[in-house]
Ligand binder design. Sequence first.
Ligand SMILES: Nc1ncnc2c1ncn2[C@@H]1O[C@H](COP(=O)(O)OP(=O)(O)OP(=O)(O)O)[C@@H](O)[C@H]1O
Ligand SMILES: [Mg+2]
Length: 248
Amino acid sequence: MAKRSSKVAIDSTSLIKDFQLPGGELVHVLTGVDLKIKKGEFIGVMGPSGSGKSTLLNILATLETITEGEVKIAGVNLHNTSYKDRLQIRRTKSSVVFQNFALIPYLTAKENVKLPMKLRGVIETEAESKAIDFLEIVGLFARIDHLPEELSGGEQQRVAIARALAHEPDIIYADEPTGNLDTHTGKDIIALFKNLAKEQKITIIMVTHDTLSARETDRLYILQKGKVLKEQTKILDSKYEGKKEVKK
Ligand SMILES: Nc1ncnc2c1ncn2[C@@H]1O[C@H](COP(=O)(O)OP(=O)(O)OP(=O)(O)O)[C@@H](O)[C@H]1O
Ligand SMILES: [Mg+2]
């Protein structure tokens, strides 16, 4: 049996994604994406609006299917998996953090973090103590009993990250996680991601339009028209910030 490399978190070759519109027309969103991402890397994904960043993230997070090509998450080929397998990958290997935090408004910070563990069948006492640990990691120990509306935007995003940690993921996917935060708060979130990658060896894949955030990543993929236009270790200019992509 081939030995599974535990160092590679994500490996995609010629990844293609088409969407079919209700009228039957095909939209070619990803036109051949190659990625090789190692465990514990903090990766930025940039590119004009409409270039396919969110689609790519959703595919890697198994929230969306592939049209063609090969994608391996921690050595598991997504093409050869059943829906049940993909659900398993999603539950055990990865978590997603969104721009709008997506917290449950009537649950406290602690209850929001506990929920995924409860759904997974973790016993109450363990879920409780882990939730507190995760909130401590993100620096929110003093806010555990607050409702989302009683928290600032940056604090809400940190709860969302603590909730992501509750999946004990190998990979965290973050789609514009600082998009709704001011520069200073955004910086805290980026610092937290950097730390999670370094200290906990969690692979972080972050879509961002912000060059300052991108600068903090280990490596960047710049998408254009559904392809990797460039791969670079550090952001060099702001040419790719938030521009609209012109569709042919
Ligand atoms: N379900 C869908 N059906 C049809 N087309 C879609 C679907 N989802 C996305 N698209 C199209 O795919 C393209 C890429 O969308 P995507 O959301 O991945 O872009 P993005 O790079 O994340 O953009 P932004 O920076 O604005 O968030 C867009 O042209 C969009 O209209
Ligand atoms: Mg997007």
